[in-house]
Design a protein around this ligand. Structure first.
Ligand SMILES: [Zn+2]
Length: 263
């Protein structure tokens, strides 16, 4: 059994703990990239995060999935590309070689591994984040950060994207959104808020991918609290930029990323 599959199972069970309120039923997914093999493991469709087992992860070739995303970026989403994506998802195999359909949200992780230089990717539906992402001023509520640790762990500027249908449209929306963000800010987003849907965070290890999600959820609760107390006052953007890239904060984040997830 792959060591990466075991680490994913551990991450998934933590993310799926009822008290964390990140996912229920078969919501959410996680993935890890094996850079040397140019392949990644992603959750099989229908698996409950909190009950995930080592055989619930399937291997996919990154290159095949990137081809679909690139085609969609150049030529737009189409039924033909959706069929090509579904064919890839339907034939993936787990670490025991059994065919298990990969998650319909797989392309979100493909964007992370292809365009964002990270190896761990976590996508969840935390109630406070989705509440804000479903509010009429969702983008405005995510136009800045609300406390220093959010800027450090999730970056000083969140990426908020409008709703897209799960599947090719969602993957393309995230791809275009990330490319645009990189053009504008010269770096990767640390948290992506999917309108009427959920949250994506990333890491060089499982620990910082989950840590960024935990801080993003706390930051969402703070936004909801601030809205109920008269409105959000963001950390000034120059201060958020400065704290996010302070050498001691970068070191703190790196040390956290190296820590293994406790079992
Ligand atoms: Zn989702």
């Amino acid at each position: 059994m792959s060591k990466l599959a075991k680490e994913l199972t551990n991450l998934s069970r933590k993310a799926g703990e009822p008290a964390a309120d990140l996912t229920i039923q078969a919501e959410g997914n996680a993935a890890v990239f094996d850079r040397k093999k140019d392949k990644f493991l992603v959750k099989a469709s229908g698996v409950i995060m909190g009950n995930a087992k080592d055989e619930d992860w399937v291997w996919l070739e990154l290159g095949n999935c990137v081809e679909i995303l690139e085609d969609a970026r150049k030529n737009g989403s189409s039924e033909k590309l959706t069929a090509a994506l579904n064919a890839i998802l339907a034939t993936s195999k787990n670490t025991d070689g059994q065919v298990r359909k990969a998650s319909i949200e797989t392309l979100v992780h493909v964007v992370a591994f292809h365009a964002m230089e990270v190896d761990w990717s976590l996508h969840t539906h935390p109630t406070p984040v989705v509440a804000l992402a479903a509010s009429k001023d969702g983008a405005k509520h995510y136009s800045g950060t609300v406390f220093p640790d959010e800027a450090v762990m999730c970056g000083p500027v969140p990426l908020f994207l409008p709703f897209a249908n799960p599947g090719l449209d969602l993957g393309l929306g995230v791809y275009l959104g990330v490319l645009d963000y990189q053009q504008k800010h010269g770096r990767n987003p640390g948290q992506i808020i999917l309108g009427n849907h959920g949250l994506c965070t990333f890491g060089i290890g499982a620990r910082d991918a989950l840590g960024a999600t935990e801080i993003a959820v706390k930051a969402a609760r703070i936004r909801l609290g601030a809205l109920s107390a008269g409105g959000i006052s963001f950390v000034p953007s120059d201060a958020a930029e400065a704290i996010a890239f302070r050498p001691d904060e970068i070191l703190r984040k790196r040390l956290l990323a190296r820590e293994a997830l406790s079992k």
